[in-house]
Unconditional design. Structure first.
Length: 146
C-alpha cells in the first residue's frame, strides 16, 4: 500500500533511523562518512538520539497516538507496542551514555530500532491508513507539520 501523504514526514525520518540501526549492529561495514569505530558510533548514536529520535518519538506519541487511538483494537495494540519499544530504546540510549564497553548495547539498539521502524512502516502506518478516514488523515498531516 502506498504511504498516505500525512505519514510521509514520519517515514522520511525513519530512513535515517534505519541507517543508524544498521551501523550499530555488530559487524556492520563502514557506511559513507559515518563513524566505523565503536566510540565514534557511540557518539554519533547519542547525538542522533538527542537531536532526531527524541523529536520523532514525540511526534508519534503526542500527535499520532492521541489522534488515532481508540479507533480500532488493532491500532491500539500497535500503539502499545510502539510505546513499549520507545521506552526500551530510551533505556538503552541512557545505558549507552554510561558505558565504556558499548558494542553489545549498540547492537541491541540497532536490532530493536530496525525491528521497531519496520513494525511501524509495515503494520502501524498501514493500520492507520486502513482505519482512519481521509478527512482525519488530512488533519493529521497539518498537525505533524506544525
Amino acid at each position: 500500500m502506498k504511504r498516505h501523504h500525512s505519514l510521509v514526514v514520519l517515514s522520511k525520518e525513519h530512513h535515517d533511523g534505519l541507517i543508524l540501526a544498521q551501523i550499530l549492529k555488530k559487524g556492520a561495514p563502514a557506511y559513507r562518512d559515518l563513524p566505523a569505530d565503536p566510540e565514534g558510533k557511540r557518539k554519533y548514536a547519542l547525538r542522533f538520539y538527542r537531536e532526531e529520535l527524541i523529536k520523532h518519538f514525540d511526534k508519534e506519541e503526542k500527535v499520532l497516538l492521541p489522534f488515532c487511538s481508540g479507533i480500532s483494537p488493532e491500532l491500539d495494540k500497535l500503539f502499545q507496542k510502539m510505546l513499549e519499544d520507545h521506552k526500551r530504546l530510551e533505556k538503552l540510549f541512557e545505558q549507552l551514555k554510561n558505558e565504556n564497553d558499548c558494542e553489545k548495547t549498540m547492537h541491541e539498539i540497532g536490532t530493536l530500532l530496525d525491528d521497531h521502524i519496520r513494525m511501524e512502516e509495515r503494520e502501524l502506518f498501514e493500520s492507520v491508513q486502513k482505519h482512519v478516514n481521509e478527512e482525519k488523515l488530512s488533519l493529521l498531516s497539518q498537525k505533524l507539520k506544525g
